[in-house]
Design a protein around this ligand. Structure first.
Ligand SMILES: Cc1ncc(COP(=O)(O)O)c(C=O)c1O
Length: 412
């Protein structure tokens, strides 16, 4: 039975404010239902969801196939911990390994845990396989990265609100400008303690920053040359979002470690995964890493169906086609409205930049205008608005959404 709250938006927001930690600043909309590309608020107003839970809902809200898997498996077996085997885990690991072409998978729950896992594997590999002194391996990351919120992960964030006053921070990270392969090359040349390079192939939280074509390949080549691991954080970009299953596929680059999360469960449940080959994954032994829920049968079942949906509904292709239309139409709006500076992105991972500084409220105000007209999006880094609708969006729905954006800009 669904617990009926019969609550107004105003009351729901008051409750969160009174009883919840203030660690987010949501748009003032209270959602109670989702279906496909749409969500409804407590007053019954319908919106296009142009955030899709930061790309976790690539398959659309409450996808019937994923929902059925969830309810079926929930009545069968949900959690064993890794103290025992389950009939689902190996099956799931085989499916993902074969699909993405890796030897092994390490299952976790949230994206940040996936990132932590990859970093631990890389450091241990650095010692055991590359011969770096114990506890001395370093990892290169990019400026303006976003890889999650744990202490280690925020230790190499360059956004003060992420790292400030949360120290002491975890050492062992070297920060270079994004899209600058020379900076990575210099560090790899000069420092033999570097075990790996971790990147988002497109920086999502920073405002959908797409690197130059060839950058990922250059990083791949540099890692090969200097015996370092290329860790590819595909938590936001992966699973069809940019028009390919992995964003690294655009350059036919095969990372050493791939991190998946978000849409791996189609928004139903936290599921993340780290993929690597045996020579890397074998550095992890029993007792060295894990999580009570990681690899649980419910998550495994959901993830397999969530991936089936992406494949069966050809969401990569749809993301490519709809993304082209989106950018084409948005470019016209950029030409027509001084408030817009540019649109950029790949597939259905796009952002507009507002002609104002990061401190201005223009992006927030524009999102409020979108909301009034029935579309939800959220500013990122002050003056950018990310547009990442579910990948199931049809051309008709997309054009309708573009009309809402156009109307909002005219009223703004
Ligand atoms: C690229 C990337 N890595 C890691 C994370 C962290 O994932 P989670 O919020 O599930 O911990 C995110 C979340 O936005 C992300 O975009």
């Amino acid at each position: 039975m669904i617990r009926q709250t019969n609550i107004t938006s105003k009351k729901a927001i008051e409750l969160e404010k009174r009883f919840g930690a203030h660690n987010y600043h949501p748009l003032p909309v209270v959602l109670e239902r989702g279906d496909g590309v749409y969500v409804w608020d407590t007053e019954g107003k319908k919106y296009y969801d142009f955030l899709a839970a930061y790309s976790a809902v690539n398959q659309g809200h409450c996808h019937p196939r994923i929902q059925k898997t969830l309810t079926d498996q929930a009545g069968q077996l949900t959690l064993t911990s890794r103290a025992f085997h389950s009939n689902m885990l190996g099956h799931y690991e085989k499916y993902l390994c074969e699909f993405f072409g890796y030897d092994k998978l390490l299952p976790m729950n949230t994206g940040a845990e996936g990132v932590e896992t990859a970093l631990k594997i890389c450091r241990k590999w650095g010692h055991e396989k590359k011969g770096i002194e114990p506890e001395n391996a370093k990892i290169i990351v990019a400026e303006n990265n976003f890889h999650g919120r744990t202490i280690t992960v925020i230790s190499f964030s360059t956004s003060p609100e992420s790292y400030r006053h949360f120290g002491p921070h975890t050492p062992g990270f070297e920060i270079v400008p994004f899209n600058d392969a020379n900076a990575i090359s210099d560090l790899l040349e000069s420092d033999p303690q570097i075990a790996g390079v971790m990147l988002e192939p497109i920086q999502g939280e920073a405002g959908v920053i797409v690197p130059d074509d060839g950058y990922l390949q250059e990083v791949r080549d540099l890692c090969d040359k200097h015996d370092a691991l290329f860790i590819d954080d595909e938590i936001q970009t992966g699973l069809g979002r940019t028009g390919r299953m992995l964003a690294a596929d655009h350059e036919d680059v095969r990372p050493d470690i791939v991190i998946l999360g978000k849409a791996l469960s189609g928004g139903m449940y936290p599921v993340s995964a780290v993929l690597a080959d045996d020579n890397i994954m074998e550095v992890i032994n029993p007792g060295e890493h894990g999580s009570t829920y990681g690899g649980n049968p419910l998550g495994c079942a959901i993830a397999m169906t969530a991936l089936d949906v992406i494949i069966d509904e050809d969401l990569e292709e749809n993301a490519t086609e709809m993304g082209k239309i989106f950018r084409q139409e948005m470019e016209q709006m950029v030409d027509q409205h001084d408030i817009l500076q540019l649109v950029r992105g790949k597939g259905l991972m796009n952002a507009i930049e507002i002609n104002d500084d990061e401190e201005s409220s223009a992006a927030w105000d524009l999102c409020m205008e979108f909301k009034k007209h029935g579309l939800l999006a959220k500013p990122t880094h002050g003056n950018k608005i990310r547009f990442t609708p579910p990948l199931i969006i049809t051309e008709e729905q997309l054009r309708d959404s573009l009309e809402i954006i156009r109307q909002s800009l005219e009223n703004f």
